[in-house]
Design a protein around this ligand. Structure first.
Ligand SMILES: Cc1cc2nc3c(=O)[nH]c(=O)nc-3n(C[C@H](O)[C@H](O)[C@H](O)COP(=O)(O)OP(=O)(O)OC[C@H]3O[C@@H](n4cnc5c(N)ncnc54)[C@H](O)[C@@H]3O)c2cc1C
Length: 368
């Protein structure tokens, strides 16, 4: 079942996503062609419940989707999968929120984003200073969220804000709400087809029923959501690594030096073998972690972190080697590996940097 799903996604990515990957990178604009095509396939609604129009795609089908999209275009994979953050509303929101907000997101008519990171930091999640105060007229939000994927482009923002001294809530903020504005689009090294900006909340007053679940349990909800989303970020890195390996194999077979394809040279073969091993090791760990998450295994968290680090470190090293195997041409924008190398870097930084992931893995290992 998963094999045919993967084949379908691979064909889709090759035909509808890959042709625009260089263009959206060059033009630094959202991947609209790929996004519209993904809507036709129902991908923005993949993980959501059927009652809201979704496809109830499980964790494995989600990571396969992200991997195959990222293999063709990392920005397109980011744009589609960021909309799945509304699964937090399906899981923890009220019936009214689910009925009002999820169906348009599932249909891809409305887009979503999430705001955790702030100018003072992303690693120290519990250090956020954005505040949400309950008033007679609604929740009053103040603060700035930094590096927000889909910032300015999304219709809905899940904002993580401090509600009490050491308690946090998650709030549904609409682009149309008073007091919401956006910073200039960030000019990035890679992932240029994925919009990123500040989300600025200045005396932003939203209705009382826009809090997701309990206003003091936001930290718990985020931690629960991070488990599955970490796997998607791992899959994103894995897709970039696989895409770079594909390019390196094709190029080294066609490029000739000393009267032979460079793929004939042992040193090249050794590099390609190492690249393939990194990709397969990442994929094996990711599939294992996904199975544990789907089975609600208590050990899943450590494996999700391990998969995130393995797959995203593979993205960076395989993309670097793919550029090397292209020689001087790998350094030119004419070849996809140049973009893949730039896209790979962020995967080690976001969703908990790989240093933070290593700290969490070590903590679990020492705890036995
Ligand atoms: C393109 C892009 C898109 C993003 N999209 C989103 C989004 O949609 N929503 C969102 O909320 N955020 C988003 N982020 C933010 C991202 O999650 C943060 O950048 C990331 O969590 C790191 O936070 P920081 O940048 O503040 O770095 P810092 O936390 O300031 O870290 C700086 C360095 O110190 C290291 N460090 C920090 N603490 C420790 C420690 N205890 N031990 C060891 N090393 C440590 C870090 O690993 C890092 O190398 C995005 C970022 C980028 C670049």
């Amino acid at each position: 079942m998963y094999d045919s799903f993967r084949d379908q996604l691979r064909r889709f990515a090759k035909e509808k996503v890959a042709p625009y990957a260089a263009k959206v990178d060059e033009e630094e604009r959202p991947p609209m062609e790929a996004y519209e095509a993904s809507r036709a396939l129902g991908l923005p609604g993949l993980p959501f419940a059927e009652e809201f129009g979704g496809q109830e795609g499980d964790v494995l089908s989600q990571i396969i989707t992200v991997e195959e999209l990222a293999r063709a275009c990392a920005s397109s994979a980011t744009t589609v999968s960021t909309c799945w953050i509304m699964m937090l509303v399906q899981r923890f929101g009220s019936d009214e929120q689910k009925r009002a907000i999820i169906p348009p997101v599932v249909r891809g008519e409305q887009r979503s984003a999430w705001g955790l990171t702030e100018p003072k930091g992303g690693s120290d999640l519990m250090g956020v200073v954005t505040s949400a105060k309950k008033t007679a007229g609604g929740w009053l939000l103040n603060g700035t969220k930094r590096f927000i994927t889909n910032g300015g482009w999304a219709d809905w923002y899940l904002i993580f804000a401090r509600t009490e001294a050491d308690k946090f809530g998650i709030f549904l903020v609409s682009k149309q709400d008073p007091g919401v504005s956006f910073g200039a689009p960030e000019r990035k090294m890679g992932l240029r087809g994925s919009p990123t900006s500040d989300v600025i909340l200045e005396d932003c007053l939203i209705p009382l029923d826009r809090v997701v679940g309990d206003p003091v349990r936001g930290g718990e909800y985020i931690r629960a959501g991070l488990l599955a989303s970490r796997l998607k970020y791992a899959a994103h890195g894995l897709g970039i690594a696989q895409g770079a390996l594909d390019e390196a194999v094709a190029y080294t077979k066609s490029r000739e030096q000393f009267g032979r394809p460079v793929s004939d040279f042992q040193m090249v073969k050794g590099m390609v073998a190492d690249m393939a091993m990194r990709v397969e090791a990442g994929r094996a760990l990711l599939l294992h972690a996904a199975t544990l998450v789907m089975n609600n295994d208590p050990g899943a968290k450590k494996y999700a972190s391990m998969a995130k680090v393995m797959c995203t470190d593979a993205a960076m090293s395989v993309a670097t080697d793919a550029v090397q195997l292209h020689g001087g041409y790998g350094y030119l924008k004419d070849y996809p590996v140049e973009r893949m190398l730039r896209d790979a870097k962020v995967t080690q930084i976001w969703e908990g940097t790989n240093q933070i992931q290593r700290l969490m893995i070590a903590k679990d290992v020492y705890a036995g």
